[in-house]
Unconditional design. Sequence first.
Length: 306
Amino acid sequence: MGSLVSSVANIFTGANQTRAAGEQAAAQQRQAAQAAAFRPVGMTTRFGTSEFTREIDPATGLPYISSAGYTAAPELAALQDQLFGQFGGGADFARQQAEQFGALSPAAQRAFSLGEQYLATSPEQAAQDYITSQQALLAPSRAAQLSQTRSGLFGTGRGGLGVQTGTGGAPASPELQAYYNALAQQDLQLAAGAEQAAQQRINFGAGLYGTGAGLLGTQAQGISTAYSPLQTMLGVSGQVEQMAQMPYQLGLQLGTAQQPGQTAGVNALTQAAQTQYGAVQAANAANAQFWGGLISGGATAYGGRG
């Protein structure tokens, strides 16, 4: 019976060992998690300094980065202050220039509207309008020439003279016939020029659209040019900021470079903890099975003697 009691005690002792091994494995896993935590490195270069603050989470007991930042070198900080001080003046200058170029937009709209008026007339109507306008311009000189011709005929006593010229027209004096022939020749020339005038009118209307588009393009280009100095200052300021961030970026890179080694160590530590815990569990299970069978056999034998 003493041996049996000792065996039962061994079983409970094995359970305690299993529990202790599990606690030790959990502790090793926490150590592994701490070892795997990202560890950026504070750096100092000619352009500035970076800082990283690590704290322990009270809920999990694991480390974490609570804050990070960088400080520009005094020379870069002074340059940044100077650039930022110029932003206001650069923005005001750009706004004033943009307002001046804004006057081109109404002019462009007027060019579009005028071009639309020119293109609204068909080529045939444009040709007819040209002939009508030219004839209206020639009408005073034609009337004066006709009056002068008739006066000359009247003065020579040939006002009622009419000669049939074979043209199919009414009989007229040679002077009047020459006059009307001249008018007909002028009308033919007007008709020939009317088509060209209509084409020129259409081209002029289309050119007005191009003029309007050019004005809008000039406006856009002018506004872009007006903001160019401000964009340059912003670009220089961004470059200065990137130089100030160099220690910060280097610290992150060094922290990342450590990750493969940390990961290997964490894997080894985790594997060791799992192996140790599994070995203790297996040993205790075998021990419990052996002594459980022995106790059961002893109890059966003891009961038989009874």
